[in-house]
Design a protein around this ligand. Structure first.
Ligand code: DX5
Ligand code: ZN
Length: 218
């Protein structure tokens, strides 16, 4: 089967102790960093200076999820700041092909994100330009929302589209992923799982990562 990867979202961590919170999940494959600008989504989090500092403070690669306007302008700087992966939202990008190529040229993995209501079919011909497709399983903006089961058929269609290509493109889900929902997402074909409240809301974040990984692999 596919390799399961877990990407804990620091949106649910203590922002005053980010290095410690990163160290609390040494078994994570990635650290998911939600960059929100208060315009593309109605919430404001952190930006480049924090990503630069966090990249120096942890060995875990950063999975930067840009929920911002004009990602074409800003995404390359996140790759340069040391992110291992940079994901932009399809509907925010004016030149997604150019931006995905620029992210790759700067040495990071390039991701494209779709909101729950956005179909995957229009992007089928772009899969060669990306290393990861992110399907949001909540409306972006906040942690702790309920997983939207209505996205499951799209996860299945995306898995079929990706399997039909030679390049291996990861299929990430983000939003409402926890012990009770991860199996459905995995069964539908996702292989990279973002989890915020399910990890940082747990007594033992590292154990929560192990638990999610075990359930996704089941
Ligand atoms: C939401 C963010 C998510 C968020 C997920 O817009 O993109 O990464 O942190 O949080 P949970 O896992 O609590 O739904
Ligand atoms: Zn996210």
């Amino acid at each position: 089967g596919v390799a399961i990867q877990i990407s804990p979202s620091i949106l649910s961590a203590d922002f005053a102790r980010l290095a410690d919170e990163a160290a609390a999940v040494p078994n994570a494959d990635w650290l998911h960093v939600d960059v929100m600008d208060g315009h593309f989504v109605p919430n404001l989090t952190l930006g480049l200076p924090v990503v630069e500092s966090l990249a120096r403070a942890t060995d875990t690669p950063l999975d930067c999820h840009l929920m911002i306007e004009d990602p074409d302008r800003w995404a390359p700087a996140y790759a340069e700041a040391g992110a291992g992966s940079v994901t932009v939202h399809a509907k925010a990008a004016r030149a997604p092909v150019r931006t995905l190529r620029e992210i790759r040229r700067l040495g990071a993995r390039a991701g494209l994100a779709l909101n729950p209501a956005e179909p995957v079919e229009p992007y089928a011909d772009l899969v060669g330009e990306m290393d990861m497709l992110l399907l949001m399983t909540v409306e972006p903006g906040f942690g702790g929302q309920r997983f939207l089961d209505l996205v499951l058929p799209k996860i299945r269609r995306a898995r079929e589209i990706l399997d039909g290509r030679e390049a291996s493109v990861w299929l990430q889900v983000d939003g409402g992923v926890g012990d009770d929902t991860i199996e459905r997402a995995a069964e539908a074909g996702a292989d990279v799982f973002v989890a915020g409240s399910a990890v940082y809301g747990a007594q033992d974040p590292s154990k929560a990562v192990d638990s999610l990984r075990a359930r996704a692999a089941a």
